[in-house]
Design a protein around this ligand. Structure first.
Ligand code: ZN
Length: 272
């Protein structure tokens, strides 16, 4: 059996489980890291969540997710900045060292303008994050989400922002689901590695056909993404953190989660 010392899981992956159950099950399965979705904190106070995380023995990899900066009015954009600052406080409270940023987009806002608003949003929260020693990882999303979720769609764009801000607290979350198609992927990973900008690595698979744009991700090995090859590129670029399993799937959420978790561990051992 493969060592799971570098395996983490996102709580959204087993969405039907509450935080306490999820942590207990992950630890029992030998998984060593967890990324906490803010939705899974509902029903717990922050000190309760922190204590559950600490006693689980799992290492907290990240808090997911902030960002969503673009909006049509200044008041809404300011509200989003405030929400991101609150999320930084939440990360501090539960002991998460990093926040994943899904940068946002709005079908009513041209992409160039959305990208400007993203840059302005990051500029407003980055000093706060630096102050609190919380890292921010820009996650480029697959271009099919450029209408409403992220105007940042490639590692190159994310890296350009990192270079512009030149902060040790700003980096990139590389998620194979979002970037596997990029013809420049190996090169962009190498460049991002040169500036130590790779902060996180997420895995799942791309199914053919994909039946739902959001909630039909595959288990590793179930689709066409060369996960192990991309992991090797990321490691060659100097990344030594967790391989984080992050799967949104109506199909898997509807099945027995204990059985699903064993399938996840097996898929991880065979394909990551
Ligand atoms: Zn991800």
């Amino acid at each position: 059996m493969r060592d799971l010392a570098d395996m983490a899981i996102h709580t959204i992956t087993t969405k039907p489980w509450k935080l306490d159950t999820a942590l207990e099950k992950y630890a029992q399965a030998g998984i060593t890291g967890v990324s906490v979705w803010k939705e899974s904190l509902e029903g717990f106070t922050l000190p309760e969540a922190r204590s559950l995380l600490e006693t689980s023995g799992l290492k907290v990899v990240s808090l997911v997710r902030g960002g969503f900066f673009p909006a049509s009015s200044l008041a809404q954009r300011m509200k989003k900045v405030e929400e991101n600052k609150q999320l930084i406080d939440t990360a501090t409270a539960i002991g998460a060292p990093l926040i994943v940023l899904v940068c946002g987009a709005d079908p009513g806002i041209p992409l160039q303008e959305a990208r400007k608003q993203i840059e302005e949003g990051i500029a407003q929260i980055l000093p706060y994050a630096e102050d609190k020693h919380i890292k921010l990882a820009i996650e480029p999303l697959h271009p099919m989400y450029a209408d409403a979720r992220s105007a940042i769609v490639t590692i190159r764009q994310a890296h350009e922002l990192c270079i512009k801000f030149d902060s040790k607290s700003l980096g990139i979350a590389v998620d194979v689901y979002h970037v596997w198609w990029d013809p420049d992927l190996e090169y962009q990973i190498e460049k991002a590695g040169e500036s130590n900008s790779i902060f996180a690595f997420h895995v799942c698979d791309w199914k053919t056909p994909t039946l739902d744009m959001l909630n039909d991700r595959g288990l590793m090995g179930e689709g066409c993404i060369p996960i192990r090859t991309i992991r090797q590129w990321v490691q060659k670029a100097g990344f030594s953190g967790f391989n984080e399993v992050e799967i949104f799937s109506n199909r898997y959420w509807s099945m027995d989660q204990d059985q699903y978790l064993s399938m996840i561990v097996k898929a991880y051992e065979e394909h990551v």
